[in-house]
Ligand binder design. Structure first.
Ligand code: HMG
Ligand code: MG
Length: 299
């Protein structure tokens, strides 16, 4: 299959990137980060997570973030909502898109959202219904699509089953998460093959973490297979609190550099994005995990 001409990047840095940071990051810093990402040309930014503050303290200011956004026209600001409580709070803050997040691994589902896969799907159904009634789009995530920190290997059919359930429930797009970044290109292709038997490829997104340094290779593999939506995080920030040792998402700067080199349009200004990566890592005292970001800063 030919490479796509255009790719939409979903920037998850303000949520996936920051959720695991142990020191409290101010709401003002989060809002500035989101605004700078919009200025770099990102049109889809995951801004907050309406989860329990006991489970993920860093996302406790979700209301302040969501209501404090300097919304740019043409930019979608999304938030995670695992249940109706989260959705209702997000709706009060005029959210325009939410995401539910399930897993292809039973053990991970229990650790991450405190319920089985089947229970999670039951919980998501009313979230989708209420969101639809409010004209809010819902994205679905499947975690552990290329491996689980507790169960190890995950069968592609298992991923396909959960992804299809989310799609049939009404998620407009299903994002496939290599939560612990253990995947390799062949595995990624096989998983995608199984999932795309039940869901059109233009309704799927790749959400790869870079723990083992394979994320860009995996992305290239799935770009060749018709995937045209990529989740990434500025400066490669991040990690999941319920996946020990998992590092950040693939860095947005690295993805944009790859896409630019392939002649694939993303609409993102790499220099502005790289400056944002330098700024946020300096502000929160973290290393910049984008090779491209580091190289640009050293010019
Ligand atoms: P639970 O304890 O089973 O829920 O947690 P509960 O309904 O029994 O409620 C317990 C308490 O939480 C109550 O408070 C509720 O009010 C409160 P208490 O009475 O004890 O004071 N609560 C909430 N508070 C705020 N917002 C809410 C909410 N819901 C309940 N929405 C729950 C279930 C899902 C809430 C919990 O397990 C949770 O918050 N988990 C979040 C885990 C998380 O955020 N993980 C990271 C995101 S997923 C990820 O990173 C992967 C991804 O990037 C893709 C990939 O890489 O694979 C998406
Ligand atoms: Mg993630």
């Amino acid at each position: 299959m030919a490479l796509p001409r255009q790719v939409r990047i979903v920037e998850v840095g303000p949520r996936d990137g920051l959720q695991n940071e142990p020191e409290a990051i101010s709401t003002a810093t989060k809002l500035e980060l989101i605004d700078r990402l919009g200025a770099a040309g990102l049109t889809h930014i995951e801004a907050a997570s309406f989860v329990s503050p006991k489970w993920v303290p860093q996302m406790a200011d979700h209301r302040e973030v969501m209501s404090g956004l300097a919304r740019r026209p043409g930019v979608t600001y999304a938030a995670l909502t695992p249940n109706l409580k989260g959705l209702d709070a997000a709706l009060e803050c005029a959210v325009e898109e939410v995401a539910v997040f399930g897993a292809a691994s039973e053990a991970f589902s229990q650790k991450n959202i405190n319920c089985s896969i089947a229970e999670s799907l039951q919980r998501f159904a009313p979230v989708l219904e209420r969101a639809k009634a409010a004209n809010v789009r819902v994205r679905g995530y499947v975690s552990c699509v290329l491996g689980c920190p507790y169960e190890g290997e995950i069968a592609p059919d298992r991923v396909a089953e959960v992804a299809k359930a989310l799609y049939e429930m009404g998620c407009y797009e299903v994002s496939l998460g290599d939560t612990i970044g253990t995947g390799t290109p062949l595995k990624a292709k096989r998983m995608l093959e199984a999932v795309s038997r039940g869901i059109p490829r233009d309704k799927l997104a790749a959400h790869f973490h870079d723990t083992y340094g394979q994320a860009l290779a995996n992305l290239y593999a799935v770009l060749e297979e018709g995937i045209a939506v990529i989740d990434s995080s500025v400066a490669g920030l991040g990690g999941c609190p319920y996946a020990k040792g998992a590092s950040g998402n693939v860095a947005s700067e690295d993805v944009v550099y790859l896409l630019d080199g392939l002649g694939i349009e993303s609409g993102i200004d790499l220099d502005t994005l790289a400056k944002t990566g330098t700024w946020i890592t300096q502000t929160i005292g973290r290393p910049n995990r984008s090779k491209v970001g580091v190289a640009i800063a050293a010019r």
